[in-house]
Design a protein around this ligand. Structure first.
Ligand SMILES: [Cu+2]
Length: 458
């Protein structure tokens, strides 16, 4: 919708909006309309409804009818039921034995048997009632991060409510007056409880979508952990040297690939609740725009093309792009130590060292020890594992520092890493496998005839 003029406001609106105004009992004030003006100087928000009065006559949004549900790779959606027009959800905070990738498990905090908790999904204008049961041994609370709600529903232990004691169930209830990508997390003893994983995503779809609609939406929650090798619990005291970096609480090679058909518009909804880190998320083979934050939709004039965008902790960013380049494209944090897993950092520089001499000496104390690069003479690449094989050299319940087997050998990335698979056609429900490159399009050892022609002397 667009609004022009000042004293004599001339309003044009889409039919849905018109129906809402005619059907609803509320009359929007001139001030409310001004909030939505494209020419207004106030920042754009996703708040297109005002308190409960605008909600009259709106029916609860149905997934697959009123919105296309997001896919949370390695995750799940929280089920709901509709009672008297209200969407009712139930979160259960509890301890969960969680697998980060095959070979590494830890005793974490989660919701409903999952780490992180399931994605809550709803439609702008829905009224939600969320019960939170605390099955932890400690008090907790849940904060609805970025959501505009009455103060007493904000979930801040000690400030807006008393903490939820073990065994208690609290009720949160509020209307959703905005759309966008949001999060929920413990807001009681946050440092410890978030370090243990007590968080999830909260996606609110627009009731009145504007602009081109995405064909696929994927949601990711970024987080970081310290899991000392040999331990089965995350260490909440860690402040800097996090060693397990995750997408939806999984670390490569345990992260699910995402897929798109050529020509499809894809939205990545990415939230970050890492304890101490911001993550520059990089996509190969495409450019994207950040189209929204958890503060609102960005106007077209505030968007620019990117290949990497920072997702600061405590915020969300919606990336949008058209998948127009077939292939297997990495999607990962660009902090190089964030694509490593359980890496020790107190090491001397080993460049140029023949590690076998060192290993032979150390093996008397640490059987089967192998230095970085010992297996291949190539830095980190000897420290990976197959997705389907436990690491041969690693201690029990630990992960190799990097990666997975790829179609051309070893992929020397782990941690906050996954792959976007873009294909011309996409059989639903089947692994699309590795990209089959057209003849002559893969880099390989140079042909001596080419070297001679181009005057490259070796
Ligand atoms: Cu990072």
């Amino acid at each position: 919708m667009s609004i022009t003029g000042s004293t004599q406001r001339k309003v044009t609106m889409n039919s849905n909006r018109r129906q809402l105004l005619m059907a609803g009992s509320a009359v929007l004030s001139a001030g409310a309309l001004a909030r939505q003006s494209n020419t207004n100087a106030t920042p754009a928000h996703n708040r297109t409804l005002s308190r409960d009065t605008d909600l009259a006559g709106l029916t609860p949004g149905q997934p697959g009818v009123d919105y296309r549900p997001v896919v949370t790779p390695n995750g799940a959606a929280l089920p709901f039921k509709v009672i008297d027009g209200v969407k009712v959800f139930h979160l259960v905070a509890e301890e969960v034995d969680h697998e980060f990738a095959r070979g590494l498990r830890a005793h974490c905090y989660g919701f409903n048997g999952r780490v992180h908790g399931p994605t809550i999904e709803a439609l702008e204008g829905d009224r939600v009632r969320i019960y939170v049961t605390n099955r932890l041994k400690v008090p907790t609370s849940v904060h609805w991060h970025g959501i505009l709600l009455p103060n007493g529903m904000d979930g801040v232990g000690g400030l807006t409510q008393r903490p939820i004691e073990p065994g208690e169930t609290f009720r949160y209830e509020f209307p959703l007056l905005q759309h966008g990508t949001y999060m929920y997390h413990s807001h009681h003893d946050e440092m410890a409880q978030m370090a243990m994983g007590l968080m999830g995503l909260f996606v609110i779809h627009p009731r009145y979508p504007q602009g081109p609609r995405p064909d696929r939406e994927y949601a990711f929650l970024l987080s970081e952990w310290k899991i000392t090798v040999g331990s089965r619990r995350p260490d909440p005291n860690e402040m800097g040297d996090f060693n397990v970096l995750t997408l939806n609480a999984r670390t490569a090679p345990g992260t699910e690939a995402i897929v798109a058909r050529v020509g499809e518009r894809v939205r990545l909804r990415i939230g970050n609740l890492s304890g101490m880190s911001h993550h520059p998320i990089h996509l190969h083979g495409h450019t994207f725009e950040v189209v929204a934050t958890d503060g609102g939709t960005l106007p077209d004039t505030a968007r620019w093309p990117e290949v990497t965008a920072l997702v600061p902790t405590g915020s969300t960013r919606d990336f949008e792009f058209v998948a127009d380049n077939p292939g297997d494209w990495p999607l990962h944090c660009h902090m190089t130590h964030h694509v490593m897993t359980q890496m020790g950092h107190g090491l001397p520089i080993l460049d140029g060292v023949d590690p076998t001499l060192f290993d032979a000496a150390l093996e008397r104390a640490v059987p089967a020890y192998a230095s970085m690069g010992a297996a291949s003479g190539d830095g980190m690449s000897g420290h990976g594992q197959d997705a389907d094989e436990a690491p041969a050299m690693s201690p029990p319940n630990s992960l190799a520092m990097v990666g997975m087997r790829g179609p051309f050998g070893f992929v020397t990335m782990g941690g906050m890493f996954t792959v976007l698979k873009v294909r011309g056609s996409l059989p639903e429900g089947r692994d699309v496998g590795w990209y089959q490159h057209p003849e002559g399009t893969v880099s390989m050892r140079a042909d001596p005839k080419d070297l001679a022609r181009d005057g490259i002397e070796l």
